[in-house]
Design a protein around this ligand. Structure first.
Ligand code: NAD
Ligand code: WQD
Length: 347
């Protein structure tokens, strides 16, 4: 089963880089395609330090069909694709919706077209719990209704899933697993790779670690008047290494021909929700570092509470999130410290 070549698009990005580490450690060969629009080539150094292997890397934009064609002609033994590459900033997508529709949908359609032409049978697609909007019932199962997206970014995930489903129905040779991630956080336990948002972070945990290290003055907690035990909003925070491992399981399910349907969807979360204040308190407890925060008004478009029912992934994939919230937050802190000490100066 191993020694198979897997194409990881967006493989120098946050979730992609952690998945590349797991793939290499499981004996897969990896080639990364990334245009470095939201990541840096030196992520490859981190991957190499962890695994002892520097994955092949090709830098181009998946919207460029000529470059994609040239790449797939050169790499003609790709067995499966994990498609992470996409823009992911909710706020930016509201300001520049066409940039998001253009990049996220065109790159996907180019990839599907190329899979058919080059006879690449399997793809794992990065989807998101954002497709559920504010759910009617908790925890959220895969059969919960997909709601109108709160942002153009979210809409690209909903439309992408529909494009893939229609494409799968139209032919018999290509299979896909769409993984709906809840809130990935944390970093590799070595602290050598992690999440480094460009500019001011939108997501909670990078904001927490950047405030703790002094790069940001104060974390704003967006609202404490939600209908939750402490009034702050609740999410299902999932360690990125657990998430990365789910991709290996999904790839193996496809390579082993164990899919029940040519198009499958799985929720990936812990099954537990934590509030914003619980994140801050747990971070302070496990690191011993105080976070300067202030309660402010709600962030427009935010939902009150969501967490996954991961039963289907637990049973069908045999996958389960293993790490505790404390472990995830500690790894995020380790990475933040490593980044500031060793990488920031070299910018
Ligand atoms: P990321 O921005 O760190 O990684 C995405 C990578 O894709 C980046 O390295 C970027 O340079 C690259 N890329 C973007 N457009 C490209 C293109 N046209 N051609 C080539 N490369 C391109 O993001 P991430 O957090 O690792 O997310 C990975 C995937 O998971 C995305 O599809 C995202 O929407 C999805 N997702 C992320 C989260 C999250 O909270 N991080 C949650 C749910 C789903
Ligand atoms: C988590 C909680 C904030 C920052 C986003 C995307 C979604 C999906 C997951 C990709 C919320 C609060 C945050 C801050 C805060 N991504 N917060 N102060 O909102 O679940 O969703 O990531 O598909 O599409 O929208 O994650 O990390 O932004 O926020 O109080 O400075 O932290 O209000 O309650 P969210 P998040």
């Amino acid at each position: 089963m191993k020694n198979k070549l897997i194409l990881v698009t967006g493989g120098t990005g946050y979730i992609g880089s952690h998945t590349v580490v797991e793939l290499i450690e499981q004996g897969y060969e990896v080639v990364i395609v990334d245009n470095l629009s939201n990541s840096e080539e030196r992520v490859l150094d981190g991957i190499e330090k962890i695994t002892g292997v520097r994955p092949a890397f090709s830098c181009f934009d998946l919207c460029d069909t000529t470059a994609l064609e040239k790449f797939l002609t050169a790499y003609n033994s790709i067995r499966a694709i994990i498609h992470f590459a996409a823009y992911k900033s909710v706020g930016e997508s509201v300001r520049e919706p066409l940039k998001y529709y253009q990049n996220n949908l065109v790159s996907l359609m180019n990839l599907l077209t190329a899979m058919k032409k080059h006879h690449i049978p399997d793809m794992v697609f990065s989807s998101s719990c954002t497709v559920y909007g504010e759910p009617d019932r908790l925890p959220v199962t895969e059969s919960a209704p997909v709601k109108k997206a709160a942002s153009p970014y979210g809409n690209t995930k909903r439309i992408s899933e529909e494009i893939i489903e229609d494409f799968i129905k139209s032919q018999t040779k290509i299979h896909t697993i769409a993984l709906r991630y809840f809130n990935p956080i944390g970093a590799h336990p070595t602290g050598l790779i992690g999440e480094h948002p460009i500019g001011e972070p939108e997501n909670l945990v990078p904001y927490v670690t950047q405030t703790a290290i002094g790069v940001r003055k104060q974390l704003k907690v967006f609202g404490n008047d939600y209908n939750t035990p402490d009034g702050t909003a609740i999410r299902d925070y999932l360690h990125v290494v657990d998430l990365a491992r789910a991709h290996i399981v999904a790839i193996e399910r496809m390579l082993d021909g164990k899919q029940k349907n040519a198009y499958e969807v799985f929720n990936l979360g812990t099954g537990h929700g934590n509030s914003v204040l619980e994140i801050i308190n747990t971070f302070e407890k496990v690191t011993g570092v105080k976070v300067n925060y202030v309660i402010t008004k709600r962030r427009p478009g935010d939902i009150e509470k969501i967490w996954a029912d991961p039963t289907y992934a637990n049973k069908e994939l045999g996958w389960r999130a293993q790490s505790t919230l404390g472990e995830a937050l500690l790894s995020a802190w380790k990475w933040e410290q490593y980044y500031r000490k060793h990488l920031e100066k070299k910018n």
